[in-house]
Write a protein that binds this ligand. Structure first.
Ligand SMILES: CC(C)(COP(=O)(O)OP(=O)(O)OC[C@H]1O[C@@H](n2cnc3c(N)ncnc32)[C@H](O)[C@@H]1OP(=O)(O)O)[C@@H](O)C(=O)NCCC(=O)NCCS
Length: 171
C-alpha cells in the first residue's frame, strides 16, 4: 500500500444550526455537534484508508464557545497520524455568524478509527506523510496522545508509555 499525504484525507463539513439542533439556551447541542464530528472524522479516516472504519475512541472535547441558532458550523477533519490498523483524526470546529461576518473557534478534538476487513477484523492501513509544519507537529504529538488513550482504555501499561512519560519525568 502506498503511503498517503495528510492533505488527501481532508474533509470540510458545513451545517446550519436549526431549532431542532439546539438546547434550551438556543445554542447548538453538544450531542448533535459530536454526531456531525464523528461523521466528518470517519470520512477523513476512510479517505485515508479506502476501507470501512469504526470509531475506537474520542478524546476529551471542551466546548470553548457555543454556536448560536442560525449560525453556520464548519467542521474541518484530517488524519493526523496512521498507526498499524488505527488512524488518529484531528478536528477543528468553527462557528460563523454570516449576518455579522464573524467566524469564531468553537472547539477541537481527536477521534481514533480502526479499519476493518471483510471479516470485521482490524486490518492494516496505508502509511502517512505529514508535509506542513502543522501536520508535522500533530504527527509528533499523536504518539503521546495514543499512549494516553490506550492507558485510559486499559490497553497499555503506563510503564510502556515511554514518550508520554518523558513529558513528566526528566533524566
Ligand atoms: C475498535 C476495535 C475494532 C478494536 O478491536 P480490538 O480487538 O481491541 O483490536 P486490537 O486490540 O487488535 O486493536 C486494534 C487497533 O485498535 C486500537 N485501539 C483499540 N482500542 C482503542 C482505544 N480505546 N483507543 C484508541 N485506539 C484503540 C489499537 O491501538 C490498535 O491500533 P493499531 O493496530 O494501529 O496499533 C473494537 O474494540 C471495536 O469494534 N469496538 C467497537 C467500535 C464501535 O462499534 N464503534 C462505534 C461506537 S459504539
Amino acid at each position: 500500500m502506498d503511503a498517503k499525504r495528510a492533505a488527501e484525507s481532508a474533509i470540510i463539513m458545513t451545517e446550519l444550526v436549526l431549532p431542532n439542533d439546539t438546547n434550551l439556551f438556543n445554542n447548538l447541542m453538544g450531542g448533535r455537534l459530536m454526531y456531525w464530528m464523528d461523521i466528518a472524522a470517519a470520512l477523513a479516516a476512510q479517505k485515508h484508508c479506502n476501507m470501512p472504519v469504526v470509531t475506537a475512541s474520542v478524546d476529551n472535547i471542551s466546548f470553548e464557545s457555543p454556536i448560536k441558532l442560525g449560525n453556520v458550523v464548519h467542521i474541518e477533519a484530517k488524519v493526523s497520524r496512521a498507526f498499524t490498523t488505527s488512524m488518529e483524526v484531528h478536528l477543528r470546529i468553527w462557528g460563523e455568524d454570516l449576518a455579522k461576518r464573524v467566524k469564531y473557534k468553537s472547539n477541537e478534538a481527536y477521534y481514533t478509527f480502526v479499519a476493518l476487513d471483510e471479516n470485521n477484523k482490524p486490518t492494516a492501513v496505508p502509511g502517512f506523510v505529514a508535509e506542513t509544519d502543522e501536520e508535522k507537529a500533530l504527527f509528533e504529538g499523536a504518539l503521546r496522545r495514543r499512549q494516553l488513550r490506550l492507558i485510559l482504555g486499559g490497553k497499555m501499561k503506563p510503564d510502556d508509555a515511554k514518550e508520554l512519560k518523558a513529558l513528566f519525568i526528566k533524566d
